[in-house]
Design a protein around this ligand. Structure first.
Ligand SMILES: [Fe+2]
Ligand SMILES: [Fe+2]
Length: 133
């Protein structure tokens, strides 16, 4: 599968999963809440973290090498966002062992959503221009 197809499929599932997690009611039973948190942890570990690594290996270096100054700048920001989001994910993972993970979860999901939108608008169009150079 080529990089752009994989990226568009990955982002499709990111948006879909984020919508599901957002819509699941906070009024669920304790047992269901625990299942939901476990599903969210799996989503972060199995989808988000490998997706970041894939982008850093296959997408970001191309734009950092061939992009114009504005494209390089936004791509540096996106790369830095990975670092910040991973930090927030780790905080969330640590908190889910205890109570009070709700706000940390909201932060993580909001950051990932904003990040994915920014990549769709800035990173992938630039990557599309340069990846066959
Ligand atoms: Fe990313
Ligand atoms: Fe992404």
């Amino acid at each position: 599968m080529d990089v752009l197809t994989k990226m568009s499929l990955d982002h499709g599932s990111v948006y879909e999963s984020l919508a599901i997690f957002k819509n699941l009611s906070a009024a669920m039973s304790e047992n269901d809440q625990a299942k939901r948190t476990a599903a969210l942890k799996n989503f972060l570990n199995d989808i988000i973290l490998p997706h970041f690594v894939y982008e850093e290996d296959n997408v970001i270096p191309v734009v950092l090498e061939y992009g114009d100054p504005a494209e390089k700048k936004v791509t540096q920001e996106i790369k830095q966002e990975h670092v910040e989001i991973i930090k927030k994910i780790n905080e969330f993972m640590a908190l889910t062992a205890a109570a009070g993970a709700g706000p940390a979860e909201t932060t993580v999901l909001a950051l990932i959503l904003r990040h994915a939108r920014k990549e769709d608008v800035y990173l992938f169009p630039a990557f599309k221009k340069y990846y066959k150079v």
